[in-house]
Design a protein around this ligand. Structure first.
Ligand code: GLV
Ligand code: MN
Ligand code: MN
Length: 410
């Protein structure tokens, strides 16, 4: 008989986690290293203790839970993240976190013989308040002390300060890197965050590859002046320059390719008074393409427009890029196990790429990695409107369970 997750327990866990950081105005606010993130970790820890699992922390707060196991073989990992974007939804990250916990718990309580351990992992700051896919990047690439010192959040706060008062980390943020091969395989269950599965009426998405991610802060610097007395022709308005720049970005993306996207969701204006001509406008960009060469073209195109606009408007510009995260194909053998698991459970499946970034793209540097998608209602995500029927959640969790069981017994 095929092993199944405990659906009632999974549903309750998802509901309990959704209550942590729930905002009166709707949605969920669990920014990494916030008090709500700490409460979610406390909750997760208590669920691990109740299930008899041990929980380890690393220097960036990545959490790995495991049932005692006699074999000293590289484990199978499964998991996701519990942080959210501002006013995020109840499924992005939370789904893969509670489903992973349920799988590890279910395998432990049924006593099914495993050749190697299965661990449930929660990655820190997947949503990149301080850095794209921060925790998993720490595992796959690591950070130097200088890199850690340079990381700042949306509010301009420093990661080192957030970590200083943070008890959910072990105090060694520069020693998080783990060797390739120390994990046997990694699998993440996630909502699709787009409309394809729902439109096609398919139960399960088998992710073929994950988009490449770039980012930059583009700082336009002009001159503060009086808003009433400075004639328009004498101004050096940093925000007007930034606006002219942003308006051109859709064209830059379209010229690179149909899958290129660029977003500015964050602008900082200084000195920040209604009656002061802006001296500084710093726009934070997120740009993506599934193809590595096109990601580079996109970055060059955007930087070129920034320089041209700065020259034309008489302001100066500084381009501060993030370390890009490369597009990542996922491992065919793991994809095969996912397809087989879905078919065994009588579920339809289709291959599809991910336009969202995921910790899986860092884990793929360490171990053969796969991702399982389930439908998102109306394709909505990074919004309180994010929703997936529980029947789909349970289907996805059962595919995850079957997949990790196969990987842990092989
Ligand atoms: C994560 O959700 C991302 O794609 O930014
Ligand atoms: Mn996510
Ligand atoms: Mn997300």
């Amino acid at each position: 008989m095929t092993l199944r997750v405990n659906g009632d327990r999974l549903r309750q866990d998802l509901a309990d986690l959704a209550g942590i950081g729930a905002l009166e105005s709707g949605g969920i606010g669990r920014t990494a290293f916030s008090p709500a993130d700490a409460r979610a970790r406390e909750w997760y820890w208590s669920r691990c203790v109740a299930a008899g699992l041990d929980l380890r922390l690393d220097g960036l707060g990545n959490m790995v839970a495991q049932a005692p196991h006699p074999a000293d073989l590289p484990p199978v990992w499964t998991g996701s993240h519990i942080d959210t974007v501002p006013h995020g939804g109840a499924f992005d990250g939370a789904l893969g976190t509670v489903a992973a916990l349920e799988c590890v718990r279910r395998l432990a309580e049924t006593g099914v013989p495993l050749r190697r351990p299965v661990c449930s992992v929660v990655f820190s700051d997947e949503e990149g308040n301080y850095g794209h896919l921060l925790g998993s990047r720490g595992l796959s690439h690591g950070y130097t002390a200088d890199q850690i010192a340079a990381l700042t959040g949306r509010e301009g706060d420093r990661l080192v300060d957030a970590l200083a008062g943070w008890t959910w980390a072990d105090g060694s943020p520069t020693r998080t890197r783990i060797p390739a091969g120390s994990v046997h395989a990694f699998v993440e269950l996630h909502i699709e965050q787009g409309p394809k599965l729902e439109a096609a009426g398919v139960d399960i998405g088998v992710v073929t590859s994950i988009v490449g991610l770039g980012g930059a802060v583009v700082e336009f610097a002009g001159r503060a002046d009086h808003a009433g007395t400075t004639p328009m022709s004498l101004r050096s308005d940093a925000l007007l320059a930034a606006s002219a720049f942003l308006i051109e970005l859709p064209e830059v993306a379209a010229a690179v390719g149909p899958d290129s996207v660029v977003t500015c969701g964050l602008i900082q204006v200084e000195p920040g008074g209604a009656n002061v001509v802006p001296a500084l406008a710093a726009v934070t960009l997120d740009f993506r393409d599934p193809d590595p060469a096109r990601l580079v073209m996109l970055e060059r195109g955007i930087a070129g427009v920034a320089r041209r606009i700065a020259d034309a408007t008489g302001v100066s510009v500084t381009w501060r890029p993030d370390e890009p995260i490369a597009p990542m194909p996922l491992a065919e053998p793991v994809r095969d196990v996912i397809r087989h698991s879905a078919s065994e459970l009588g579920l339809s499946h289709v291959d599809l790429p991910s336009g969202a970034g995921h910790d899986s793209q860092n884990m793929a540097h360490l171990a053969p990695t796969g991702m399982i998608f389930i439908p998102s209602k109306d394709g909505r995500s990074h919004s309180p409107a994010e929703y997936t029927d529980f029947a789909d959640v349970e289907r996805g969790a059962n595919v995850l369970l079957s997949t990790v069981l196969t990987l842990a017994t092989s």
